[in-house]
Design a protein around this ligand. Structure first.
Ligand code: GLY
Length: 358
């Protein structure tokens, strides 16, 4: 098992990464001072896959557990579902000290986190991420939210968990495409902050694709550690934390113009390559680094080039991105592998040229 710490003063917390952690959750909760009760928020599939193991560990430590189920799907990240969960929490007499365990991927983590942040003005939250994206990104850093109409994550707060438990064994239940979606985010961490980690991914990508638990533990640990360090320096996303959006300015636009037919990981992969090319055309990132990035992404099974999408719609969508400041589109660009900078001085003609394969 590996451990990293998100240092936020009194709200600091530990990220635990290792195989077989689900069944230790009861002990881990006791170590944090919890006893007696716990509420699990999850979906029916995850309950079927992992509920028994988690419940066994909690039962061994004499926790009385209530399970609140949320159907699968992004549309559940809504105020309506949050409202239903508040009613169910009241029905099962959840108290201010009763921890909520969010067992799931991004939807459950964001929704369960939002409910934990707002019910009784905040009850303790433990994130138990079950996808690679959630283990390396969304479960860490306290961004919890629901969608509002078509607007993603519009209603939310920063609310840090008490603990993040990333059980590497659960990743075995993921599809290949869900794994590669998460790998896009891990490659991102290498590019923005850690050239050595990038090389580690290059050396081990075949083992990662084959779900090698020992290698995956290191991958999740290195990624989670970087995310935790960035969050500790800029919890509310006013400066440094923006670097986590490398590949996302173009990536979000691709997702949106494709009507989410292109997955987040695929869109981010294309966005990372495009941002690398923009940096190169501006005289920074060397050609050799673009080749390394493209090769690594391709070896995960993710795309590196834009499929046919309407370019006008794409640049329009970029202007609506949350990183637009005073009407200028901000890009996170790699200077070299391991270091990025933020700029709002990229001519839109250059973005279009790069996206057209130039
Ligand atoms: N996923 C980006 C962030 O947490 O800031």
């Amino acid at each position: 098992m590996k451990k990293a710490r998100v240092r936020l003063g009194k709200r600091s917390y530990t990220l635990l990464i290792g195989s077989g952690l689900l069944k230790q959750t009861g002990l881990l909760l006791q170590e944090l001072g919890f006893s007696d009760r716990a509420i699990i928020i999850t979906n029916p599939t995850l309950r079927r896959l992992h509920g028994k193991t988690l419940l066994q560990g909690l039962d061994d430590c004499s926790f009385k557990v209530s399970i609140l189920e949320v159907p699968e799907g992004e549309e559940q990240k809504s105020l309506e579902t949050a409202g239903r969960l508040y009613r169910e929490l009241t029905n099962c007499f959840a108290e201010r000290t009763t921890p909520i365990l969010a067992l799931g991927g991004g939807v459950i983590g964001d929704l369960g986190g939002f409910v934990a942040a707002t019910y009784l003005r905040g009850v303790p939250l433990v994130q138990i991420p079950t996808t690679l994206v959630a283990q390396v990104d969304s479960s860490i850093g306290g961004k919890v939210a629901v969608n509002h109409g078509q607007l993603k994550n519009k209603i939310g707060v920063f609310y840090q968990p008490k603990l993040v438990v990333a059980d590497i064994a659960v990743l075995k239940t993921l599809s290949d495409s869900a794994l590669s979606d998460g790998l896009a985010e891990t490659i991102k961490y290498g590019v923005i902050r850690d050239a050595e980690f990038f090389s580690y991914l290059e050396r081990n990508i075949e083992k990662i694709n084959a779900f090698d638990e020992r290698i995956l533990e290191t991958v999740v640990f290195c990624s989670a550690k970087i995310k935790g360090e960035v969050v500790a320096k800029d919890e509310t996303d006013l400066g440094l934390r923006n670097i986590l959006n490398y590949g996302h300015t173009i990536g979000h636009a691709i997702e949106s113009v494709s009507n989410f037919g292109i997955s987040h990981g695929q869109a981010i992969a294309i966005g990372m390559v495009a941002a690398a090319k923009i940096s190169n055309r501006l005289g920074m990132l060397p050609n050799a680094d673009i080749t390394r990035l493209k090769n690594l992404i391709a070896r995960t099974g993710l795309p590196t080039e834009l499929p046919r999408l309407e370019l006008a719609g794409l640049t329009q969508a970029m202007k609506h991105d949350k990183k637009v400041l005073l009407g200028r589109i901000r890009f996170v660009l790699p200077r070299i592998i391991g270091e990025v900078f933020i700029t709002d001085e990229v001519p839109i003609s250059l973005v279009e040229q790069v996206l057209l394969g130039g």
